[in-house]
Design a protein around this ligand. Structure first.
Ligand SMILES: *Cc1c(COP(=O)(O)O)cnc(C)c1O
Length: 455
C-alpha cells in the first residue's frame, strides 16, 4: 500500500496546518520534510531519507523511535481500555504509574496530579502553591506572588508564560500576564552581574540577588519556579553545581514553595533520573512531562509533598478542593506507555549505561571550542548546547536576524541529521538510547555543518 505522494502531503500541510513557533509566510515558501516512520535514533521521511534525530522529537524521546516494548504496551492497552476519566473514577494504569513515579522521585514527593503537557504541569504547580498559601490563611494568605528567573521557559499557557522570562516569546502577551518577580539566572557573562568572570562567581552573585529579592518580598511570595540545573529553551544554560541546593535553602529560609520544572531535564536527561537528585534536594512541587512517555504520548504529572496535599483536605463545604482538571487526565494509554518506559529504564540499565556516552559527548563538545565561531559550550549529561558567536574574543553574537543556528541546522540535513536550534545555540539532545557510533555520526555532522556555515 503506497500512501499519498510527498508533494500532495506538502500541499495539504501548506494549505491546512498552522505550525508552532513558525513564521508561516516563510514556511509556505518551503517544502517541509514529511516524516512517516521512525526507527531507533532515526526518523524517516516520505521519500525514504533517514535523519538521525538530534533533538529527540523535541526533547521527548528516550528509548528510540518505535521501541518494540512500548509499542506493545500501547497496543495491549488499546485493546483493554482507551480512556475513562479520573473524575469520579480511577484506572489501573494511572494508579500504577503514580506509585512508580513516587518511588523514583526525590524522597518526600508522594502525590501525583496528572495533566497532559509541560505547560499545564507548571501551571498546576503555580495554582497549587497559590492555593496552598490561601489555605494556610492569616498572614500567609498574602503570599500570592511568584519569583522566577530571567531567561526561563516554563511553557506557553498564560500562567506558564507569566513565570517565564524569554522576552522574544512573551513580550507581546505582557498585558495578559500576571506580574512576577524576576531574579537573574546564572548566565555568566550575560546576566551582567559578574562581568563574565566565571560561572561560579556568576552563580554566587545571582544567589545574592535572589536572596535580596526574597527577603524584600517574603511576605508576598507564594512560590519560586526554576528549571533545575539547566535552562532549556533559554539556550541550554547550565547552572553551577550547588546552585539549586542553595535555592532550596533560600526557599526554606523565606518560607516559599519551590516548584522545580523538570519537564525538559527529567527522566534521565542529565544522567540522573531527575535533576534535583543530582543536587540532593526535594522540591515542594515538581513538574514532569516531555520524557515521561518516552516521547510517545502527551502526558504530564505534577508531584507534590504530603504537606502541600494535606493543606487541601477539609469538608467539601470548606471549599478547599483543588479545582483543576483536564479531560484526558491520567489517560490509561499514555500511562501504559510511561510504565513501559520505566520498565525499560530498569531492564536496559539505561542510566548506568549513559556514562560512556556522556563522556564521549564531553570530549566532542570540548574539541569544538577550537572552532573560530564557537563561543560557550554547555553540557549536562546527555544534553548539550553549542553557542555560535561572530567574534570569539569579544563574544559579539551573530545578529539574530541572520539566524545562524537555523543555517547550521539546515546544513546538517545534508549530513543526515535533524537538528533544531535555540537562536544561536545548536542543541544536542538525542534519544538517550543513541549508540556510541550514532553519537559519533551526530557530532561529526554538527562539526562539519558549523565549519561549513561559519567559514
Ligand atoms: C517544553 C517545556 C515546557 C512546556 O511543555 P509543553 O509540553 O510544550 O507545554 C515547560 N517547561 C520546560 C522546562 C520545557 O522544556
Amino acid at each position: 500500500m503506497k500512501s499519498i505522494d510527498t508533494k500532495t502531503l506538502q500541499e495539504y500541510d501548506r494549505r491546512y496546518v498552522w505550525h508552532p513557533f513558525t513564521q508561516m509566510k516563510e514556511w509556505e515558501e518551503e517544502a517541509p520534510l514529511v516524516i512517516e516512520r521512525g526507527e531507533g535514533s532515526f526518523i524517516i521521511d516520505s521519500d525514504g531519507n533517514r535523519y538521525l534525530d538530534g533533538v529527540a522529537a523535541i526533547w521527548t524521546n528516550v528509548h528510540g523511535h518505535c521501541k518494540k516494548e512500548i509499542n506493545e504496551a500501547i497496543k495491549a492497552q488499546v485493546d483493554r481500555l482507551e480512556h475513562s476519566t479520573l473524575l469520579g473514577l480511577t484506572n489501573d494504569k494511572a494508579a500504577l504509574l503514580a506509585k512508580r513515579l513516587v518511588e523514583i522521585a526525590p524522597p518526600g514527593l508522594n502525590k501525583v496530579f496528572y495533566s497532559d503537557n509541560g505547560s499545564t504541569a507548571v501551571e498546576i504547580g503555580v495554582k497549587m502553591a497559590f492555593q496552598f498559601q490561601q489555605h494556610r490563611g492569616g498572614r500567609f494568605a498574602r503570599k500570592t506572588r511568584f519569583i522566577s528567573f530571567t531567561n526561563a521557559y516554563h511553557g506557553d499557557t498564560v500562567g506558564a508564560m507569566s513565570v517565564g522570562g524569554i522576552d522574544i516569546y512573551h513580550e507581546v502577551y505582557s498585558p495578559l500576564l500576571f506580574s512576577t518577580i524576576k531574579s537573574p539566572a546564572p548566565y555568566c557573562y550575560r546576566c551582567r552581574l559578574c562581568a563574565g568572570k566565571d560561572e561560579s562567581t556568576c552563580g554566587l552573585l545571582c544567589l545574592k540577588e535572589l536572596e535580596r529579592l526574597m527577603a524584600a518580598h517574603a511576605d508576598e511570595l507564594a512560590g519560586l519556579v526554576i528549571e533545575p540545573l539547566v535552562q532549556g529553551a533559554g539556550g541550554m544554560i547550565v547552572q553551577p553545581a550547588g546552585f539549586v541546593r542553595k535555592v532550596r535553602e533560600l526557599c526554606d529560609k523565606y518560607d516559599i514553595l519551590m516548584i522545580a520544572d523538570e519537564v525538559a531535564v527529567g527522566f534521565g536527561r542529565t544522567g540522573a533520573m531527575f535533576a534535583c537528585e543530582k543536587e540532593g534536594i526535594t522540591p515542594d512541587i515538581m513538574a514532569l512531562s516531555k520524557g515521561i512517555t518516552a516521547g510517545y504520548l502527551p502526558l504530564a504529572a505534577t508531584l507534590t509533598t504530603q504537606r502541600v496535599y494535606d493543606a487541601f483536605l477539609g469538608e467539601y463545604k470548606e471549599l478547599k478542593t483543588f479545582f483543576h482538571g483536564h479531560t484526558f487526565t491520567g489517560n490509561p494509554i499514555a500511562c501504559a506507555a510511561a510504565l513501559a518506559s520505566l520498565d525499560l529504564f530498569e531492564k536496559e540499565q539505561l542510566l548506568s549505561n549513559l556514562q560512556p556516552k556522556i563522556d564521549y559527548l564531553k570530549k566532542r563538545l570540548s574539541s569544538l571550542k577550537q572552532l573560530d565561531h564557537v563561543g560557550d559550550i554547555r553540557q549536562e549529561g546527555m544534553l548539550g548546547g553549542i553557542e555560535l558567536v561572530r567574534d570569539k574574543e569579544t563574544r559579539e553574537p551573530y545578529p539574530w536576524e541572520e539566524r545562524i543556528g537555523v543555517q547550521v541546522c539546515k546544513e546538517a540535513r545534508k549530513h543526515g541529521l535533524f537538528l533544531r536550534p535555540l537562536g544561536n545555540v545548536i542543541v544536542v539532545f538525542p534519544p538517550l538510547s543513541i549508540s556510541l557510533s550514532e553519537l559519533e555520526q551526530l557530532m561529526d555532522g554538527i562539526e562539519e555543518s558549523i565549519r561549513e556555515i561559519t567559514r
